[in-house]
Design a binder for this molecule. Structure first.
Ligand code: PHB
Ligand code: FE
Length: 283
């Protein structure tokens, strides 16, 4: 693998995402499966040719062990100036002999609201003053905030914020952050540019709502890698990614995407046992 892709993949997977939902393929061969407590690292397990040749290999590790190993590799192999979460146009180079480090960027905290961004005691709004300037691609995004007039007794419980303004100030790409939580329903918007550095294999379905610009998804069979679809999403488009696929996104210019996740711990078993269909809606 190209080292920039490798670092972007392992640092997202292990450090920022805690191994995410289901499978993270770093490329067509190598990756991880999250068993929520332990993690498989595999080579060729989800690649038809490796499987048929019986060359695939899997090893299981406690989550803390593989997380710390990947973190150490990420810190050690990241050169000074390379930010694994920034778009290629906004970072220094990953290449060249090892020099310096960028541990703050490798370990940067992923936003995860307890209830909703901007609620008292929860994740804060972004501003120039807090170090989040508007991204060059979103200079035209309105920055006004809604006025909230709560009934007496409900102050601090009724809240609203401008999600477009919030996303226009995102410094990271392909790194969904949790902005609102309703039981297991998580709104995880993100800003995208260039190529999602991993190929995500689902253990549940997930919804995509294209908030701005355009993203192209290449969709493959989760287990074999066989091509299933190419989905081009434009502003306002909504897609449900099935639970038996893997996908990788391409954003020709910086785009806003809302990923809507069902974080219920029962989902993988409900889907794999066939109690739930692999798609959340049928037309
Ligand atoms: C996904 O795999 O569904 C995914 C991952 C990262 C993103 C967007 C979507 O930024
Ligand atoms: Fe996904």
């Amino acid at each position: 693998m190209s080292v920039d892709s490798f670092l972007r993949a392992i640092i997202r997977d292990a450090v920022a995402w805690d191994f995410f939902y289901g499978i993270i393929n770093f490329d067509g061969v190598v990756g991880t499966v999250n068993h929520y407590g332990t993690v498989d690292m595999f080579a060729g397990r989800y690649n038809d040719a490796y499987r048929k040749a019986e060359l695939d290999h899997v090893e299981n590790f406690p989550t803390a062990q593989i997380k710390e190993t990947f973190r150490a590799m990420g810190e050690d192999w990241t050169n000074e100036g390379f930010d694994p979460f920034a778009s290629p146009a906004e970072t220094g180079s990953a290449f060249g002999r090892r020099h310096g480090q960028n541990n703050d960027k490798v370990n940067q905290r992923r936003i995860a609201a307890k209830r909703m961004v901007s609620m008292p005691g929860d994740e804060a709004l972004r501003s120039d003053a807090s170090g989040f300037p508007i991204n060059r691609a979103f200079l035209d995004v309105a920055q006004d905030e809604p006025t909230v007039k709560a009934e007496p007794g409900f102050e601090g419980e009724v809240q609203a914020f401008n999600l477009f303004a919030y996303l226009s100030r995102s410094q990271v790409t392909w790194n969904p952050s949790v902005v609102s939580v309703c039981k297991n329903s998580l709104y995880c918007p993100t800003t995208e540019e260039y190529i999602l550095p991993v190929i995500h294999g689902n253990d549940r379905y997930e919804w995509f709502i294209q908030l701005s610009d355009e993203i192209h998804w290449s969709v493959e069979d989760r287990d074999s890698g066989a091509v299933r679809a190419r989905v081009v999403m434009k502003p306002g488009d909504v897609a449900a990614m099935p639970a038996d696929i893997r996908h990788q996104g391409y954003a020709p210019k910086r785009a806003m995407l809302l990923v809507w996740e069902n974080a219920s711990p029962d989902m993988p078993e409900l889907v794999s046992s066939g109690k739930l269909p692999v798609v959340p809606v049928q037309f």
